[in-house]
Design a protein around this ligand. Structure first.
Ligand code: CA
Length: 231
C-alpha cells in the first residue's frame, strides 16, 4: 500500500510518514499543492493525505484537480481549520474524509484503514474471466489448475486484475512494482508480462494481457478477436 502525504509542515509530514511506515505502508511526502497534484496523478497511490493550507495550490483546489483528472484514490483531508464551511468545501471538492488538527495518531490510522477498506483493498481474491488471483497465496487459479507467482509477477497481476479493462501504463507498473529508486526499466515490465502470459496459458486461463502502444496494458477475457500486437 502506497500513501502520498501532501503537507507543507515538514516535521508533521515526516512524522506522518514514520507513523505510516511503522504500520507497513509505503509513504512519500511532498510539501506543496502543485507537487501533490503531480504525484497524485501518477496513479500509483492507494490513498492521499492532503493538507488544506498549502503553498502554490491549496488542498481544496488540489482535490478538485485530482478528481477532474479521474484519479479515484481516497483523499483524507487534514486541516487546522474547523469551520463547517471548510469541511463542506473539502468534501465537495472530492475529499472522502476530513480530520481536524491536532489529531491523535490512532485516529489517523483508523481513518486510513477505513478508507482503504471502503475501496475494497482488503479483498482476498480478484476475479477476471475464468480465473481467480488468490491474494493470500499469490496464485492464479483456473478450474482445477493453479500456478504460484513470484512476488513481482504477483504485484503486476494484481494491478492488472484491479484495473481489468482499463489501461495501466508501463510507467505506472514500473513505479508501483519496482519503485522510484530502482534501476528497472520498461523492458522489465515487458519481461514480467511475458512470464504472466505463459503462466495464464499454462493453466488454461481465458485472460489475455493486451498491449496498446503508448497506453500500456489491459485485460480481456473470452474468445480473442483482432489481437493487438504484443510489445
Ligand atoms: Ca499547511
Amino acid at each position: 500500500m502506497k500513501i502520498l502525504i501532501v503537507e507543507d509542515e515538514k516535521l508533521l509530514a515526516e512524522s506522518l510518514k514514520m507513523l505510516l511506515c511503522s504500520k507497513g505502508f509505503e509513504a512519500d511526502t511532498v510539501f506543496d499543492g502543485e507537487s501533490g497534484v503531480a504525484y497524485a496523478l501518477l496513479g500509483v497511490y492507494d490513498l492521499i493525505v492532503l493538507d488544506v493550507m498549502l503553498p502554490k495550490i491549496d488542498g481544496i483546489r488540489a482535490a478538485e484537480i485530482i478528481r477532474e483528472k479521474h484519479c479515484a484514490a481516497p483523499i483524507l483531508m487534514l486541516t487546522a481549520r474547523s469551520e463547517v464551511d471548510d469541511k463542506v468545501a473539502g468534501l465537495t471538492a472530492g475529499a472522502d474524509y476530513y480530520l481536524t488538527k491536532p489529531f491523535d495518531s490512532r485516529e489517523l490510522l483508523a481513518c486510513v484503514n477505513a478508507l482503504l477498506r471502503r475501496q475494497g483493498r482488503e479483498v482476498d481474491e480478484l476475479v477476471f474471466g475464468n480465473t481467480r488471483l488468490d491474494l493470500g497465496a499469490a496464485a492464479l487459479i483456473c478450474g482445477e489448475n493453479s500456478v504460484r507467482l513470484s512476488s513481482r509477477e504477483f504485484e503486476v497481476m494484481r494491478m492488472l486484475m484491479t484495473a481489468k479493462e482499463r489501461h495501466i501504463s508501463k510507467e505506472a507498473l514500473l513505479t508501483k512494482v519496482w519503485g522510484y529508486e530502482s534501476n528497472a526499466v520498461e523492458n522489465h515490465v515487458e519481461v514480467y508480462v511475458g512470464f504472466l502470459r505463459k503462466k495464464l496459458a499454462g493453466i488454461g486461463s481465458d485472460i489475455r494481457i493486451e498491449a496498446v502502444r503508448r497506453l500500456g496494458y489491459h485485460l480481456e477475457a473470452g474468445a480473442s478477436e483482432a489481437r493487438s500486437k504484443n510489445f
